[in-house]
Ligand binder design. Structure first.
Ligand SMILES: Cc1cc2nc3c(=O)[nH]c(=O)nc-3n(C[C@H](O)[C@H](O)[C@H](O)COP(=O)(O)OP(=O)(O)OC[C@H]3O[C@@H](n4cnc5c(N)ncnc54)[C@H](O)[C@@H]3O)c2cc1C
Length: 338
C-alpha cells in the first residue's frame, strides 16, 4: 500500500538478542515503540500485514522458541517519568529499577523491596512482580493500555486487573496478551516497612544491626542481597526464577509437613519455596542440557551453554520430574514462552 511507517522496523531479529535467557530463533518483525502514537501505528502495520502481535519489555521473563515468532514484536520503549507528591506516573518502557530508585530517593515507600528486578514498568503489573513481601498490586492505581484486538486505548483500575500471585488479567484467561500497557500510575506512601522482614532481609538487618528502614535504606539492602545471590542479566543469562512457588492447604499441607517440607503460612494456606524443593531433591549446582541450577538460588536456571529451547524444555522436565518424584508436587514454569 506504499505506507511510510515512521517507526523503526527491523526484520529477522533473533529473540535470543531480546531476552535475558538468550535463546530463541528469529522474530519476523520487531518494532521499537517510543510513544502511544507509534503504538497505534505499529498496530496498523501488523493489521496491514495480517500478523499477530507480541509485546515485550526487557525480555527478563520471556523465553523464545527455536522456530522464532512469525509475527510482530512490539518492543516497549515508551519513556517519561513524573513524580507528583505520592503519585508516580510513567511510560511503560521506563526501566523498573530506575522508577524504584527515583521513588526511594524522594522518600516514597511501597516498592523499595522490589529493587533491582530487571525489566520495564509496563511489565510489572503483568505478572504482579513481587519480592521480599512487597507486590506491585499493593501500590498500582491504574494502567493505560492499547487493546490489540480493537486498536483503541482504555484504562484499567487496580481492581479490574484482578491481581493474585504472579497473575493478572494481562497474563491469564481470555485476555492474556490482549493489552499493551503504555502507561502506569502508582500510588506510593510515606510509611516505613517494619520488621520482621522476609528471611534474607531480616538476616541482613540483624547481622548489620540496621535500624534505618527508610525506603532508600531498604533499597540499598535489597540491592546488596540480590547482587550476591542473583545473576546480573548483563553478564549471566537467566530468566530469574524459573519456577513459581507453590501454595497448598489442608491435607496436602499435612502430607508435606510429614515429609519435612519447609513452608510459611500465607493467607488461608501455606507457601512453599520451590527453590527449597529443588535444592532438597539434590539438584542444586547440577547442569541439565547446558542449564545450571544456580548454586546460590536453586530456583534460578542459568543458561551456561544451552543452545536451544528444546534443551531448556528437557532440563525443565528433568528438574520438575525429580521434584515430583520426591514430593509429589508439580512445578510450574514462571517465564512466558513466546
Ligand atoms: C535475574 C532476574 C531476577 C528476577 N527477579 C524477580 C523478582 O524478584 N520478582 C519478580 O516478580 N520477577 C523477577 N524476575 C522476572 C522479571 O524481571 C519480571 O517478570 C519483569 O517484570 C519482566 O519485565 P520485562 O520488561 O523484562 O518483561 P518481558 O520479559 O519483556 O515480558 C514478560 C511478559 O509480560 C508481557 N509484557 C511485557 N511488557 C508488557 C506491556 N507493556 N504490556 C503488556 N504486556 C507486557 C510480555 O508479553 C510477557 O508475557 C527476575 C528476572 C531476572 C532475569
Amino acid at each position: 500500500m506504499g505506507y511510510n511507517w515512521g517507526m523503526e522496523i527491523r526484520e529477522g531479529v533473533p529473540i535470543a538478542e531480546l531476552t535475558t535467557m538468550r535463546i530463541g530463533g528469529e522474530a519476523r518483525y520487531v518494532v521499537e515503540i517510543r510513544s502511544e502514537e507509534e503504538a497505534k501505528e505499529a498496530w496498523e502495520f501488523a493489521k496491514e500485514k495480517g500478523l499477530p502481535i507480541w509485546v515485550m519489555g526487557g525480555g527478563a521473563n520471556t523465553i523464545g522458541r527455536d522456530e522464532g515468532y512469525s509475527g510482530v514484536i512490539f518492543l516497549n520503549k515508551i519513556r517519561g517519568l513524573e513524580i507528583r507528591g505520592e503519585e508516580v506516573v510513567g511510560g511503560g518502557g521506563e526501566i523498573w529499577d530506575e522508577v524504584v530508585l527515583a521513588a526511594c530517593s524522594r522518600g516514597l515507600s511501597g516498592i523499595e523491596a522490589l529493587a533491582k528486578i530487571p525489566g520495564t514498568l509496563g511489565a510489572a503489573p503483568v505478572q504482579n512482580i513481587g519480592a521480599y513481601g512487597q507486590e506491585v498490586k499493593n501500590v498500582l492505581e491504574k494502567v493505560r493500555v492499547l487493546d490489540l484486538s480493537t486498536g483503541g486505548f482504555r484504562e484499567f483500575s487496580m481492581e479490574e486487573l484482578q491481581f493474585s500471585y504472579r497473575k493478572s488479567i494481562l497474563n491469564s484467561g481470555e485476555t492474556r496478551g490482549r493489552y499493551f500497557v503504555t502507561r502506569v500510575w502508582l500510588k506510593l506512601n510515606h510509611e516505613r516497612m517494619k520488621p520482621p522482614f522476609y528471611t534474607s532481609l531480616q538476616r541482613y538487618v540483624e547481622e548489620h544491626q540496621v535500624s534505618d528502614f527508610s525506603p532508600m535504606s531498604i533499597y540499598n539492602m535489597v540491592s546488596e542481597i540480590r547482587g550476591e545471590k542473583l545473576p546480573d542479566p548483563k553478564e549471566i543469562a537467566s530468566a530469574g526464577s524459573f519456577f513459581k512457588n507453590i501454595y497448598v492447604s489442608g491435607e496436602e499441607a499435612l502430607r508435606l509437613k510429614k515429609l519435612g517440607v519447609l513452608m510459611w503460612e500465607e493467607g488461608d494456606g501455606y507457601k512453599i519455596n520451590s527453590g527449597w524443593l529443588i535444592e532438597n531433591a539434590g539438584l542444586k549446582g547440577k547442569v541439565f542440557h547446558g542449564f545450571l541450577v544456580s548454586e546460590k538460588a536453586a530456583l534460578i536456571l542459568i543458561n551456561e551453554s544451552g543452545e536451544s529451547f528444546s534443551d531448556l524444555m528437557k532440563a525443565k522436565e528433568e528438574i520438575s520430574g525429580a521434584v515430583e518424584k520426591k514430593y509429589g508436587l508439580k512445578l510450574e514454569m514462571e517465564p512466558v514462552i513466546i
